[in-house]
Design a protein around this ligand. Structure first.
Ligand code: ATP
Ligand code: MG
Length: 641
């Protein structure tokens, strides 16, 4: 088996010219959407204008056509009026003339309505797409510190329901305004038919508006409550699905069920309240037009009887009144939508206005032809920038190219933190982390992370095939490469026994595999990228010792030239390293070979012994590790004594 692909690449620059080419990036098919206006002093609507402006053409056509369609509609009652007076009563114009006009206008209104609606929805979904892309692109730029703080449920709800309410307002708001402007046109027609009657007919409109306003005021808080309670129910369901293993192992199904029932009950209360308000206002709102109609009939009828008005006018007024209800009602709705959209926009902007803390310097260079020299100089670090207590304080560490170094320390001593600083997941507070003499802050993150491969102890797998999981960092890898990486990671054998081999789709987060199997796939995934610097952070903790030895034998054979950092508790793993670095109380307390540390530093033996006790107590699989463990425990007790 040729494992030459496992040798670190040294020729990135010569292969790809002077440019660094990221491995897993494919060009996007569409131009990126415009972002929101970054000026936080502007109102939310003005900040969103660039997004709306990007779709101004189809949006403009849509609004224009809906206006035209409405004008056509408004013309029809007027024609009806003329038809009744000129054709039915006076017989001066043939009836067919009006019939054709009305049919023609109806068809024209229908067609323009169709196009207007189509374009309106297209605009709405374009805006939704843009907002979602903007948020998602922003999220991908955010640093680890941001994800440590936020709740994923919050992010998901902001990326869904909040986008919806902003999108609704941006697209349907202008449409409602267009419809209201139709009211003015309709009023103009009414004035042209009969001025006093036009005012009589409009008398109930303020009432309709008032009723709409009252309904909005009453329903607005309830709709908020419903939104919030829906989110509560969703959170409980989400936690039950994702945390089902914990729930079941504590036999807590009943408790969870009760929590869900409570949340559902509270949601139900909101819905019932909402229905109650709706049923109270709906009859009022629906019957106000009848009052208007009665007024028109009273005054119009009186005028018809006295011969000052044609009977058709009453019919026309009736149609206009019906037409006017909706815009006036919707005006109230528009205000409600506006309030909700403003709140949602604030929630979205809150994410978008948060700037990533770890960003490429404007003059960042690509890490090319990486030799694998690592240097920590006087590094101070804490996860919370404000925290007084440091996680690492004045850490100095040099790892020469090609060296294999184990980092050892008690749990919580900052071992993983060292790995995270090396890949610049976080920035140091003081001091510097350098690779090949370049401060990592001067390098592009993409090139840095392509050169430093990290395997974490809790490997996250995607719900795709085993093959695609392994090829995650190098999608163009051939099947042969993938298999070789899997073999080197000790994963080939169990993968071939899976139902569909490399095509087996793993369950969510890889839960259909054992912990050790997941770890091996994660190792293969990093091996395939073949970085010149590799960090194994407890990457073999769930793999039994024999298999681990085989993996490390393969790695050691081909580690030549590669700088490797092993974070481990097991002696068998640590013994692979040329050098051991002991972390404690925020700093490096010892640095040397395993034998040197065992002889010189009692703490080292103590840490190893603790790890060994843990292994012996918790890991039944690792029989082969026991002799080591006993040896260390003895050494430890000797050293401590
Ligand atoms: N994302 C984080 N945000 C805030 N504090 C953190 C974070 N990750 C770790 N810490 C804290 O930093 C300290 C060092 O953590 P680190 O994960 O580096 O320990 P470790 O040596 O890798 O431990 P273990 O052996 O258990 O993996 C711990 O006190 C921990 O509580
Ligand atoms: Mg750790």
């Amino acid at each position: 088996m040729s494992l030459s692909f496992l040798r670190p690449r040294r020729a990135v620059a010569s292969e790809a010219g002077t440019e660094f080419s990221p491995i897993a990036v494919e060009a996007r098919t569409e131009a990126p959407p415009p972002g929101i206006d970054p000026d936080t002093s502007k109102t939310w609507l003005r900040r969103a204008l660039p997004i709306l402006a990007a779709h101004r053409v189809i949006f403009g056509i849509s609004l224009g056509l809906s206006f035209v369609g409405l004008v056509f509609q408004v013309m029809i009652p007027n024609l009806l009026n003329h038809a009744i007076s000129n054709s039915i009563e006076a017989h001066t114009v043939p009836l067919a003339h009006y019939v054709w006009w009305i049919v023609g206008l109806g068809v024209a209104a229908g067609i323009s309505g169709y196009i207007a609606r189509l374009f309106l929805y297209e605009t709405a979904y374009d805006i939704e797409y843009d907002l979602r892309t903007i948020i998602y692109e922003h999220l991908t730029k955010m640093s680890f510190g941001f994800y440590d703080r936020v709740q994923s449920g919050q992010l998901i709800s902001r990326a869904n329901s909040d986008i919806r309410s902003v999108q609704m307002y941006l697209t349907f708001g202008p449409l409602i305004l267009v419809q209201c402007s139709m009211a003015i046109v309709a009023f103009g027609f009414m004035l042209s038919i009969n001025v006093p009657l036009a005012f009589v007919a409009m008398a109930t409109m303020p009432l309709v508006y008032w009723a709409g306003l009252r309904m909005r005021n009453a329903m607005f808080p309830i709709s908020w409550i419903i939104q919030a309670r829906l989110a509560d129910v969703a959170t409980i369901v989400d936690e039950n699905v994702n945390g089902v293993r914990v729930v079941k192992s504590f036999a807590a199904e009943e408790t969870q069920l009760r929590a869900l029932a409570d949340a559902a009950k509270r949601l139900e209360w909101g819905y019932v309240k909402d229905a109650d308000l709706r049923s109270r206002f709906a009859p009022l709102v629906q019957n106000l037009p009848q009052a208007g109609l009665a007024l028109v009939l009273l005054f119009g009828g009186w005028m018809v009887i006295h011969g000052t008005l044609g009977i058709g006018a009453i019919l026309a007024f009736n149609s206009y009144l019906m037409m006017l209800q909706a815009p006036f009602m919707m005006l109230g709705m528009l205000i409600m939508m506006g309030q909700r959209a403003a709140a949602s926009a604030e929630r979205i902007y809150e994410i978008l206005d948060e700037q990533p803390t770890v960003i490429d310097a404007p003059d960042a260079i690509d890490l090319l032809d990486c030799q694998g020299d690592i240097r920590f100089s006087h590094v101070d670090f804490a996860y919370d920038p404000e925290a007084e207590r440091l996680v690492l304080a004045d850490v100095d560490l040099h790892i020469a190219p090609g060296e294999t170094v184990a980092i050892v320390g008690r749990t919580g001593s900052g071992k993983s933190t060292v790995a995270r600083l090396l890949t610049r997941f976080y920035d140091v507070r003081h001091g510097s982390v350098e690779i090949d003499g370049h401060d990592v802050r001067t390098l592009s993150q993409a090139s840095l992370r392509a050169n430093v491969g990290v395997v974490l102890d809790e490997p996250f797998l995607f719900s795709v095939s085993v093959r695609d999981n392994i090829a995650y960092g190098r999608p163009s890898a051939t099947d042969a490469d993938i298999e070789r990486a899997a073999r080197a990671a000790g994963a080939h054998e169990f993968i071939s026994h899976l139902a569909d081999g490399y095509d087996t789709v793993v369950g969510e987060r890889g839960y259909t595999l054992s912990g050790g199997q997941r770890q091996r796939i994660a190792i293969a995934r990093t091996l395939l990228v073949n970085p010149p610097i590799m960090v194994l952070d407890d990457a073999t903790s769930a793999i039994d010792v024999q298999v681990e030895q085989a993996i490390h034998a393969g790695l050691r054979e081909h580690m030549v030239g590669r700088t490797t950092v092993i974070i481990a508790h097991r002696l068998s793993t640590i013994s692979l390293a040329d050098r051991v670095v002991l972390l404690d109380s925020q700093r490096v307390v010892a640095d040397g070979t395993h034998a040197e540390l065992l002889a010189s530093t009692p703490l080292y033996a103590e840490v190893l012994a603790q790890a060994a006790e843990f292994e012996a107590g918790h890991d039944g699989e690792s029989d082969a590790g026991i002799p080591d463990v006993l040896h260390v425990a003895e050494a430890a007790s000797g050293a401590v004594r």
